[in-house]
Ligand binder design. Structure first.
Ligand code: NAD
Length: 476
């Protein structure tokens, strides 16, 4: 037996569930918009009844504050459900496409048909939203789905399994818990589409496995998302927004601002305003940030140690901590930290930080700042803080990023009308609302002839045929 088959053989129930779903897929494809909306609304009803359980699971996994769970996990799913339920009938309607004059007598349409069997692999950092939001779109598009939540947030994974078991028959939606081994076994199965959210390194493995069956993939990945603050920016506002973006979920957010490039003339005022913003959010009464109920923790010891060594490496190579710095291993607690004096040889400028550590790099010309961005992989997000329209346009035209937010942070994820996702190393494909629906659908072109014939073009290829081809060329 080859190793790929051996991996799947280790989990015989995966194959059984997959086969049951494969049989069910054609039936799901025939469901109406109302039937799909009813399924999606089951999820909404369950969430409303179990909000406390969802909050508790996230707290148990990494002390995520209840309000933050409601904001970033529950609301995120809720908005997707509302938007999808409202728009689905429209999205499912065949869309009439224009017909070129040379194709007179035909009509053309775009049909969104379900891809069929889909696999959703989720990360731990927003363990509820990043598993359930894609599921909403997968159901909306008429698919059957297998979900694998992250093993690093086991309380949430167990709750998701309970939820799905209560809401759906296993041949429509199923959950498998476990780590890389289960995921590796799953990706060997001949899914029609794999929707993966996670790191670029694992994304590459998923794409390789998908290639075996030529399954399409959506890869929602991460990387280093920069923020630029120019000399015209509202510094206080930028500092508050970036402090929130960096500290929400304890910095463990794919679109968290990873590092800041700030015009040297406003660098000191930015750092001061950042420190003030952090204190206002997490220490309004002067108590240590560690005592704040609004501040989550690093997910586990391994990630805590990764962040600690990242800071130590930077300090050893000449960086300075200018804000924060306290860490407590027994709690996986890291206070928001600002680093200055960072250079490219430090790990902190080479890897996605994924924690509350913010390198601040001063620049004197925009081109200098753009060079720092463009010598790295294309980011998932680029944040621009500026009041100068020319600067904003200059930066946008000379960079590439999955999404860009001007004068705010993180909010690109919450607008269900906006495509969300990366480019190359930060991801392939887009999600949110219609864009997710599209990822889970085959865009099937349909052409129908009503009158007229094309037999004039058939052999034998006489002069008449050649004249006709020239005529069509002129018409185009
Ligand atoms: P990860 O890549 O380690 O794991 C993601 C999922 O893949 C987990 O369910 C894991 O069990 C599974 N997995 C592990 N090995 C696998 C393999 N060989 N084949 C298939 N699946 C495998 O990511 P993580 O640590 O859970 O999440 C953090 C990363 O995710 C960061 O890079 C972050 O930027 C990114 N992220 C991106 C988005 C986005 O929307 N673009 C959102 C959240 C997180």
């Amino acid at each position: 037996m080859n190793t790929l088959l051996a991996e799947t053989a280790l989990y015989p129930d995966l194959q059984t569930v997959f086969t049951a779903q494969r049989r069910q897929a054609p039936h799901m494809a025939l469901t109406t918009a109302s039937e799909r909306i009813e399924r999606i609304r089951r999820i909404a009803t369950w969430i409303t009844a179990h909000e406390t359980a969802i909050q508790q699971a996230a707290y148990n996994d990494f002390r995520k504050p209840a309000t933050e769970v409601t904001l970033s996990e529950i609301l995120a799913v809720w908005l997707e459900i509302k938007h999808t339920s409202r728009r689905l009938k429209q999205w499912m309607k065949p869309q009439r496409l224009p017909t070129t004059i040379s194709m007179m007598g035909t009509r053309s349409y775009l049909h969104h048909e379900p891809k069929g069997n889909v696999l959703i692999l989720a990360p731990w950092n927003y363990p509820f939203a990043l598993t359930i939001r894609p599921l909403v779109s997968a159901i909306a598009a008429g698919n059957v789905a297998i979900l694998k939540p992250s093993e690093l947030t086991p309380h949430m994974a167990a709750l998701i399994r309970q939820m799905i078991t209560e809401l759906f028959p296993v041949n429509e939606v199923a959950v498998f818990e476990g780590g890389a081994a289960v995921a590796q076994a799953l990706v060997q199965l001949p899914f029609n589409h794999i929707f993966f959210t996670g790191s670029p390194a694992v994304g590459r493995e998923v794409m390789k496995a998908a290639a075996t069956h030529l399954a399409s993939v959506t890869l929602e990945l991460g990387g280093k998302s920069p923020a630029i603050i120019d000399e015209t920016a509202n510094i206080r506002q930028a500092a508050e927004q970036l402090a929130w973006g960096k500290c929400l979920n304890n910095g463990q957010t794919c679109i968290a601002p990873d590092y800041v490039l700030v015009h040297s003339s406003v660098k000191d005022s930015f750092v001061q305003a950042y420190e003030t913003a952090v204190k206002t959010m997490y220490s309004p009464d002067g108590k240590p940030i560690e005592a704040s109920d609004s501040y989550a923790r690093i997910v586990n010891e391994r990630h805590f140690e990764r962040l600690r060594s990242l800071v130590h490496d930077a300090l050893a190579k000449g960086a300075r901590v200018v804000v924060g710095g306290s860490m407590k291993a027994e709690q996986n607690f890291i206070e928001p930290i600002v680093l200055e004096g960072v250079t490219n040889d430090m790990v902190v400028m080479q890897e996605e930080i994924f924690g509350p550590v913010l390198p601040v790099l001063p620049y004197t010309s925009l081109d200098e700042a753009l060079q720092v961005i463009n010598e790295r992989e294309k980011p998932l997000a680029l944040y621009i803080h500026s009041k100068n329209r020319n600067n904003i346009a200059y930066i946008q035209a000379r960079t590439s990023a999955g999404d860009t937010v001007i004068n705010d942070t993180l909010l690109q994820f919450t607008n269900t009308e906006l495509p969300f996702g990366g480019i190359n190393n930060s991801g392939l494909g887009k999600s949110n609302g219609f864009f997710s629906f599209q990822e889970f659908s085959n865009q099937r072109g349909v052409m129908q002839r009503d009158f007229g014939l094309m037999q004039w073009l058939y052999p034998p290829y006489t002069d008449k045929v050649n004249r006709l081809i020239s005529y069509i060329k002129r018409l185009a």
